[in-house]
Each structure stands twice: as structure tokens, then as C-alpha cells.
Design a protein around this ligand. Structure first.
Ligand SMILES: Cc1cc2nc3c(=O)[nH]c(=O)nc-3n(C[C@H](O)[C@H](O)[C@H](O)COP(=O)(O)OP(=O)(O)OC[C@H]3O[C@@H](n4cnc5c(N)ncnc54)[C@H](O)[C@@H]3O)c2cc1C
Length: 541
């Protein structure tokens, strides 16, 4: 008989990556997994929160792509969640790119998208066709690169991705566009979704840009019943072998003995008390992000090159999110569930350089989204306005407690909220009249709830060289310690999930990781057939 608190695997953090690892290792290897989460709600950026009158919001999912029939991401996701998450396809026009003199309505069809752009800019038709070819080349390189770097040494020689494609993929998005496209307006349009990959064209790699553009070639999908259904689907799988998710459990350090990771120590928050804990297991996985793992959870001498590099890495994206409850449906103003990317200029780098513009009353960009219009099960109407801002502007309040940061902080937030609302009101008159409830999150909120440095949205900044960094890997220099989630792979929910898949394969397979990959492929294909045979579809078109 095993003792109740004896585990095979300990996972630090219950984000998409950690949940994925827990599910795969439980299902394929019968492992008993302990997930330790410092927040009082599990799920990381896939958790939701509620307020009065049934208002409910997701903190980190507005839409996910690549969920069409036959896509490998859909198949693997169905397996990991055992079909427990249903997705609603967004309207055919799933994104609107709103500029002062035109609005581009993005269709859920790559060819229609490409044609629409060419119709608008016929003089650049050749460059536009080349751009779409290059998006696929850069994205293909990225996929191959991730597989390549996780292959056992013996197989690497046969699978090296092309260096020409690497040059394209690691070029800055802005450099690519400047070299191929003349119109500033067209460049602005093509980069409208930069907020999805966390870095403006001058700071991002073309591969990151390409990955996001291609991810949404067939439009976007939203989890029916909100993103919380991801945790709801995976938790019973973890518990089926005696595994557990423990909330309010913050890990303070990974225990190393004889050069191997053997456990974790931390403290549990129980009311006002902090109760120390220690758990031991043969495998430790961190979903707490590369920075936290190497710079906070491991002693300094363990991986000094990695922690020094992470300390020097440029800051990631930080944001404000205004969560709104509406008196009546925003459909009244013509919204149908699409997202709106709103910009007052075409040059994203120029706008971003004025990062604290909203605090100075010259806000120039926002993302507007309506979870309740995407979710057929929503009980009350909700919206979100996001804009970007520096962490530093909030730094003076960083040591204050959540909800008790003082009147000056509350006043500052109220002023920012009003400006964000007014910005949207200018674009869509009548918007303010619909608002019943609002609450603003700042980078301090995100830092508090996720422990990501400065409240970064997407983990370590997606600079062109991030793809090639040694810490952007599931394996760590410490035996039996693995990284997962966004920083181990790619950003976004699908990216963190990919991190989870690669971490699981590495843990299961070691040098025989191809066999583990095949085991996952076979199990997910079998499960997919079962769903089909039972006439079940996880996607509502
Ligand atoms: C506003 C916003 C909008 C977004 N929109 C989208 C979108 O529309 N589509 C999309 O695909 N992606 C979106 N994302 C990104 C996406 O949500 C994330 O990239 C992804 O969910 C990150 O998953 P992860 O596995 O890396 O871990 P995270 O979700 O970052 O979870 C890490 C967890 O570890 C916990 N933790 C950290 N340190 C410790 C510790 N020491 N002890 C215990 N626990 C710890 C944290 O509390 C957290 O729960 C958005 C993100 C944000 C912030």
C-alpha cells in the first residue's frame, strides 16, 4: 500500500503546461501526481473569476486556434482533457483590426484573408503572396526546431532544420516587413495581432509572428462554459490515481541532493498562518516560468549562466485589463463576439514606445473582447478592455497587499479605468451607457496571482533570440528537474500545452523519446476514434 502523500511526480504551478504533464503522465504511465499551486484558485492563466450578478471572466484566454477537425492540437487536447472541453467557433469575422481610416474584418479562412489584403493593396500583391509563403516557412521552421532540440543526440543529425529558414524565423518582424513591404498601412494591418505574441514588430521574431498568424488561419474558438472547464476536465484524471491539486501551496525551493532534484519545500497559506511543507518525489516539474525556476527556486550556483542570462533578458509585456459587466447585451451596439484590435496609428513600435500613454491621457491602442458573446452558456454579459503599460509606473505599491494598496492606488486605477472606457466610447458611442460593473487589473495584480516577474503576460519576452536560448527547453541542467509551460516552448495556451507535451515525452522516454511520442500519438488517435464512433464532437461550429 502506498502512503497517501507519496507521489511519483511533483509539479510546481497548475498552468496549462503543468496540467498537461499531469494528465499525460497519469493516463499513459499511471503516475500519481501532486500539483502545488500558490494561488487560491488552480489553473494559472486558464482560471476564471466571478463577481456579483453572475459576471464571469477568463484571465488568459480570449481565443484559441488550430481546433479544426483533424488538427493534431485538437486531437492531443481532446486526449489530455478526455473530451471534457467543448469549443465554440467564433463568428466568421473573428477579429477586427480597427484603424482611424479603415477597419479590416479578418475572416476565418486563410485564402479569403490573403485575397482581402491583396484587394486592399493591389500594388503590393506580389509581396503579400510572398509574405504568406514566408509565414508558413517560418512557422514550419519553428515546429521543426522544437522537435529537433528535444531529439536524442543520435537522431539530431537527421533532423536539423534548414539554416536559411532559421535566418528568416529569427529575423525581427519589423525587419522582415521593412524589407518586403512598402506601405506603412499594410505593415500595420499585418501586425495587428502583435498583442497575441507579446512583442511589437521591432522586438519580436518573425517566427513568433508567423506562429500566431497561422494559428488563427481558420479563425478562433472559445471554451464553452469558460476556460475553467480545462481544469474541471483534467482534475478528475489526476485524482484517478490518487494524485492531488493543492492550492495555497507556494514552493520556495527545489531540493537538490547529489546533483539531483528530489523534492520541494515551501509554505501553505492557511488564514494568516504560513505552514511549512516538504514533499519528495523522483520527478519534479516546474510550470512556474523559467525566471522563477532558475533565479528563485534553485540555489544560485546550480545554473549560473542560465540565471544570469534570464536576469538580463528584456522585460516581457505587462498590461491593464478592465473587466466589465454589462446591463444589457453588447449586441445592441452591433458586436457579435469578434475581438477588436483598435489602434490610433499604423506604426505599432511607435505607439508602444509611449507605453504609459494611458496614464498621460493619450491612449492609442486597446484590445476589446466579449466573453459572454462567445460562450453559449454565459449567464451575464461581460467584456474586457486590455491595453499595455509599464510595471514601473506601479512599482511604488508593489509591497502593499492585494486589495489594500491604498487610496492613491485606487484613485489611479479609477482614473485609468475611466480613460480606457472613454477610448472605447470614442470608437463605439453608447458603450459607456451599457456598463454596469467594472474592475481593473494591473501588472501588480498579475504578478500577485501568477508570481511571474513584473506580471509578464507571456513569460520571458519573445525576442528573436528567445527561440535559441538554452533555458527555452523542457530539460534543465539538474537531473530529474524539468521545465514546462510557455517558457519551455512557445507562448499562448497552445504553446504552453506544447511545452506540456514535450515535457511529458521527455520524462516518459529519456533517450527513447520517439517511442513515448508514438505512445501518445497512438493513445490520442484511439481516443479520437472513440469520440467519432460515439458521435461526439468537442467543437460547436
Ligand atoms: C490577459 C491575457 C490574455 C491572454 N489571452 C490569450 C489568448 O487569447 N489565447 C491564448 O492562447 N493565450 C492567451 N494568453 C496566454 C496564455 O494564457 C498563457 O501563455 C498560458 O496559459 C500560460 O500557461 P503556463 O502553463 O505557462 O502557466 P501559467 O498559466 O503562467 O501558470 C503558472 C502557474 O504557476 C503558479 N506558480 C508560480 N510560481 C509558483 C510557486 N513558487 N509555487 C506554486 N505555484 C507557483 C502560478 O500561480 C500559476 O498558476 C493570455 C494571457 C493573458 C495574461
Amino acid at each position: 500500500m502506498r502512503e497517501a502523500e507519496q507521489y511519483d511526480v511533483i509539479i510546481i504551478g497548475s498552468g496549462m503546461g503543468g496540467l498537461t504533464v499531469a494528465s499525460i503522465l497519469t493516463q499513459l504511465k499511471g503516475k500519481r501526481v501532486l500539483l502545488l499551486e500558490q494561488h487560491y484558485v488552480a489553473g494559472g492563466f486558464t482560471h476564471t473569476f466571478k463577481r456579483e450578478k453572475g459576471y464571469k471572466w477568463d484571465v488568459g484566454i480570449h481565443y484559441v486556434g488550430d481546433l479544426e477537425e483533424g488538427h493534431v492540437f485538437r486531437r492531443l487536447f481532446e486526449f489530455v482533457t478526455q473530451g471534457g472541453v467543448r469549443w465554440k467557433k467564433m463568428p466568421y469575422i473573428f477579429d477586427k483590426f480597427v484603424f482611424p481610416d479603415f477597419t479590416f474584418e479578418a475572416p476565418s479562412d486563410k485564402n479569403a484573408f490573403q485575397q482581402k489584403v491583396k484587394d486592399m493593396f493591389p500594388e503590393e500583391a506580389k509581396a503579400i503572396d510572398q509574405y504568406f509563403v514566408d509565414v508558413e516557412r517560418a512557422d514550419n521552421w519553428y515546429r521543426k526546431h522544437i522537435i529537433y532540440k528535444h531529439l536524442p543526440k543520435a537522431l539530431k543529425a537527421f533532423a536539423k532544420p534548414s539554416s536559411k529558414a532559421e535566418k528568416l524565423a529569427t529575423t525581427a518582424t519589423k525587419d522582415y516587413l521593412d524589407a518586403h513591404i512598402k506601405s506603412q498601412k499594410l505593415k500595420g494591418l499585418l501586425c495587428s495581432q502583435w498583442g497575441n505574441y507579446g512583442a511589437v514588430p521591432g522586438q519580436s521574431s518573425f517566427a513568433n509572428h508567423a506562429m500566431v498568424v497561422r494559428h488563427f488561419y481558420n479563425g478562433g474558438y472559445y471554451p464553452v462554459g469558460s476556460s475553467k472547464t480545462i481544469l474541471d476536465a483534467i482534475q478528475p484524471i489526476i485524482e484517478s490515481t490518487g494524485g492531488k491539486i493543492k492550492i495555497n501551496h507556494r514552493v520556495d525551493q527545489v531540493l537538490i541532493e547529489d546533483g539531483k532534484a528530489v523534492g520541494v519545500q515551501g509554505h501553505q497559506k492557511k488564514g494568516k498562518d504560513l505552514i511549512p511543507f516538504e514533499y519528495r518525489a523522483p520527478i519534479i516539474v516546474s510550470c512556474a516560468g523559467a525566471y522563477n525556476t532558475y533565479c528563485k527556486l534553485l540555489p544560485n550556483h546550480i545554473a549560473p549562466e542560465l540565471s544570469q542570462d534570464l536576469e538580463k533578458h528584456p522585460d516581457g509585456l505587462t498590461h491593464l485589463c478592465l473587466y466589465i459587466g454589462f446591463k444589457e447585451s453588447p449586441e445592441k451596439l452591433g458586436f457579435k463576439g469578434e475581438n477588436h484590435w483598435i489602434f490610433d496609428e499604423y506604426d505599432h513600435d511607435y505607439m508602444f514606445a509611449d507605453l504609459d500613454a494611458v496614464a498621460e491621457d493619450r491612449m492609442k491602442m486597446a484590445f476589446l473582447s466579449f466573453p459572454s458573446l462567445k460562450d453559449p452558456e454565459a449567464k451575464a454579459h461581460t467584456g474586457e478592455i486590455i491595453t499595455f503599460i509599464s510595471y514601473e509606473i506601479f512599482e511604488k505599491w508593489k509591497n502593499e497587499r492585494w486589495k489594500k494598496r491604498g487610496e492613491d492606488y485606487d484613485d489611479f486605477k479609477a482614473m485609468l479605468s475611466e480613460r480606457m472606457l472613454e477610448f472605447i466610447e470614442q470608437k463605439y458611442p453608447g458603450f459607456k451607457d451599457l456598463v454596469d460593473f467594472m474592475e481593473l487589473s494591473t501588472p501588480l495584480t498579475t504578478e500577485h496571482f501568477t508570481m511571474h516577474k513584473k506580471g509578464y503576460i507571456y513569460g520571458m519576452h519573445t525576442t528573436p533570440d528567445r527561440l535559441l536560448k538554452p533555458w527555452n527547453h523542457v530539460r534543465t541542467p539538474v537531473k530529474n528537474l524539468y521545465l514546462t509551460g510557455t517558457d519551455a516552448a512557445v507562448l499562448g495556451v497552445a504553446g504552453a500545452f506544447t511545452g506540456g507535451v514535450f515535457t511529458s515525452i521527455d520524462i516518459m522516454g529519456g533517450s527513447k523519446s520517439l517511442l513515448s511520442y508514438m505512445a501518445l500519438e497512438n493513445a490520442s488517435k484511439k481516443y479520437s476514434k472513440q469520440l467519432k464512433a460515439n458521435g461526439i464532437s468537442t467543437v460547436i461550429e
